[in-house]
Design a protein around this ligand. Structure first.
Ligand SMILES: NC(=O)c1ccc[n+]([C@@H]2O[C@H](COP(=O)([O-])OP(=O)(O)OC[C@H]3O[C@@H](n4cnc5c(N)ncnc54)[C@H](O)[C@@H]3O)[C@@H](O)[C@H]2O)c1
Length: 253
């Protein structure tokens, strides 16, 4: 029997089979969880194809900038399951290719809204559904550029710093309800979003050269950590940023 048998999980952020969200969804399902996927309308075709083999999967189109769509998604989860055990936040957006100092106010607001505020908006809606289950596990995806400069990561790094701090405050607020909130800080992997970051190939080379394990991670590594964080094995882990990066973040230079 899998460690998540009988659990329900709502996963935001599947764009295609390279998405971290897909790897986590796959690992949750492997451990026995029932799945709901919430995704941007433009990825409908990809998501329906990936979801075709998942028994009883629930699908929701949801733009995280829309309160109405967020409300409808969580209402759909309540209707389907009456509660929720696991919430995966694996979404981000920031305008690329702009010198950091030239960041415009509107681009800053949009990036923070989609990449950081959305975790708060989703966690608030998940709270009563998780309370109905006696607790739950919320996880989000971050990157070490929140802590030190990674050239070209720019505005997204500021989003990740806000996201990690939000994760800690959510963990503090929701802990008394038995709801844990953590962040997975992943090393670079080849997804639609990552390949849009200028110079990303250099980062893959740097990881191979400098990380203690001298290799890049896979989305399967992210999925395995996600399944662990969702499980009772992680029952006393909350408010943490946990690195799955072949050790790259410990090395200076
Ligand atoms: N790929 C990497 O190297 C890497 C490393 C560390 C952390 N991350 C983080 O992992 C998470 C997932 O990214 P990924 O690399 O799997 O790429 P991805 O492109 O597969 O996923 C990004 C997702 O964000 C969603 N999204 C964007 N705007 C949205 C909105 N307004 N509403 C709802 N969803 C929206 C997209 O639809 C997409 O599904 C992101 O938070 C990313 O920053 C990625």
């Amino acid at each position: 029997m899998g460690s998540l048998e009988g659990k329900t999980a709502l996963v935001f952020g599947v764009a295609d089979h390279h998405s971290a969200a897909w790897a986590i969804a796959d690992a949750l399902r492997r451990e026995g969880a029932q799945l709901a996927l919430a995704y941007m309308e433009r990825f409908e075709k990809n998501v329906r194809k990936l979801a075709a083999d998942i028994p009883d999967v629930k699908l929701f189109v949801c733009d995280a900038q829309s309160d109405e769509q967020l409300d409808a998604t969580f209402a759909g989860v309540r209707e389907a399951w009456g509660g929720l055990d696991v919430l995966v936040h694996s979404i981000a957006f920031a305008k690329q290719g702009v010198r950091f100092t030239d960041t415009e106010r509107e681009d800053f607001k949009t990036a923070l809204d989609i990449s950081a505020y959305s975790l708060i908006a989703m966690s608030r809606r998940a709270e009563p559904l998780m309370q109905a289950r006696g607790g739950g596990s919320i996880m989000t995806m971050t990157y070490q550029a929140s802590q030190r400069v990674v050239p070209n990561y720019n505005l997204m790094a500021i989003c990740k710093a806000a996201l990690e701090a939000s994760m800690r405050y959510l963990a503090y607020d929701l802990g008394p309800s038995g709801i844990r909130v953590n962040a997975i800080s992943a090393g670079p992997f080849r997804s639609l979003s990552a390949m849009g970051v200028p110079g990303v190939r250099t980062i893959f080379d740097q990881v191979e050269e400098h990380a203690p394990l001298h290799r890049n991670i896979t989305t399967e590594d992210v999925g395995n950590l996600g399944a662990f964080l969702a499980s009772d094995g992680a029952k006393n882990i909350t408010g943490q940023t946990i690195y799955v990066d072949a050790g790259h973040s410990i090395v200076a230079g």
